[in-house]
Design a protein around this ligand. Structure first.
Ligand code: FAD
Length: 368
């Protein structure tokens, strides 16, 4: 008889929620991760008392009170409000696009003036049938916002010209006619007090975890330990890349510890011109209102993904969607394996969505 009910591959949020919920239902779980830590991409490294978001800045936000209460039952969240600033060749603009931005761009003071300005620019561009991302963006918000706040950032992010990117990437562009720099519209947002590691530590409390343990280094032996495998790694890797590799966009993070208290006065500053090679500078202490004497900043550089690099953003174009559907079919025929999470489902999930997805899977699996 197997030693465990579940072998959970991946100690990210999806795997940790599943492990927690299965344990709560009296099941015995073993969680493994190939990394040296739990938490997956939400993991923070402590530098000089500052929680550094090692795999990119993470801000929790949701409209779902149940999910908000769920995460707060493991660790209390602060009220951090994401209000990024854009730096375009040294000019500063508030994001998301709101009355502050419109004042900074055109010195307009009322919603009526701002609306008229956008409409005038959209009309001037005269694009009725957008054929690429550039045309789509201009047809939605006009030339100024596009040129200063969208073009450079998007081109760096995707490594391609906006005229070569499909229009569907931008379905709509949120424009807000109030003086409100809150990036998210969700009712709840914040950062765990003391960092994200507290969240996964809470979820995994009392559960056996083996780190530095790659499922594929010992697949047969590890699978034999449990009745069911819960797999949250890359789906193409699970099937030995038999239908080819799924593609991702990756990021490179350059962390610096600075001997000063406050570098940029905000957690997130986007660099929206085309020339600056990075897309953002993150100053981590501001997520938790830190008062440490030093600070840690991270320059974020988008990069092409090559095998071995961290797979961050799935490229959900036609080609990759077709490849994924082949893997999905194989997954449906696997016995005693549950697939879940951003890598196994090859989709971008925010944290609240990944938690919601794991909770849903648990309910279905346990017939509740
Ligand atoms: P992961 O966190 O990737 O966990 C999967 C785990 O499986 C990893 O730890 C990996 O090491 C392990 N694993 C994989 N293969 C194996 C194997 N063979 N053997 C053993 N272990 C294995 N969401 C928000 O809500 N707000 C944000 O601001 C936000 N910012 C983000 C910024 C970036 C740059 C990125 C990439 C994502 C961001 N997200 C954000 C999304 C968030 O990171 C995800 O929703 C969440 O982390 C996904 O959890 P997961 O468990 O599915 O995957």
């Amino acid at each position: 008889m197997a030693q465990y009910d579940y072998l959970i591959v991946g100690a990210g949020l999806w795997g940790s929620v599943f492990a927690h919920e299965a344990t709560k239902r009296g099941k015995k779980c073993l969680v493994i991760d190939r990394r040296k830590h739990t938490g997956g991409n939400t993991y923070c490294e402590n530098m000089e008392g500052i929680n550094v978001h090692k795999y990119g800045a993470h801000i929790f936000h949701t409209n779902d009170k149940d999910i908000w209460d769920y995460v707060n039952s493991f660790v209390e969240f602060n009220r951090y409000t994401n209000s990024p600033v854009a730096n375009y060749n040294g000019e500063l603009y508030n994001l998301p696009f709101n009355m502050n931005t419109f004042y900074q761009l055109w010195k307009v003071r009322t919603p009526e003036e701002a609306k008229a300005k956008i409409q005038e620019q959209v009309k001037e561009a005269g694009i009725t049938d957008p054929k690429n991302l550039e045309e789509q963006a201009i047809s939605l918000v006009g030339i100024d916002i596009y040129e200063k706040l969208i073009k450079g950032y998007t081109e760096k992010q995707w490594g391609r010209k906006a005229t070569e990117l499909p229009d569907f990437i931008i379905k709509r562009l949120p424009v807000r006619f109030t003086y409100d720099n809150n990036y998210f519209n969700d009712k709840y947002q914040g950062i765990p007090i003391g960092g994200y590691n507290k969240l996964t530590e809470g979820l995994l409390e009392g559960i056996e975890v083996r780190l530095d343990t790659d499922f594929f280094a010992n697949r047969e032996e590890l699978s034999a330990l449990a009745e069911t495998v819960v797999y949250t790694g890359q789906i193409d890797e699970y099937f030995n890349f038999s239908h080819g590799s799924l593609e991702y966009r990756s990021l490179r993070f350059d962390n610096q510890l600075l001997d000063q208290e406050n570098y940029q006065g905000n957690a997130v500053i986007n660099y929206t011109d085309a020339e600056t090679p990075f897309t953002r500078i993150i100053e981590h202490k501001h997520f938790e209102f830190g008062t440490q004497p030093k600070t840690v900043i991270t320059h974020e550089y988008p990069s092409e993904w090559t095998t071995g690099a961290e797979p961050y953003y799935p490229v959900n174009d036609d080609k990759n969607t077709a490849v994924f559907s082949q893997y999905k079919e194989l997954a449906a025929n696997e016995n005693n394996v549950i697939f879940g999470g951003r890598l196994a489902e090859y989709r971008y999930y925010d944290m609240h969505q990944v938690i919601g997805s794991a909770l849903k899977k648990v309910r279905v699996h346990f017939g509740e």
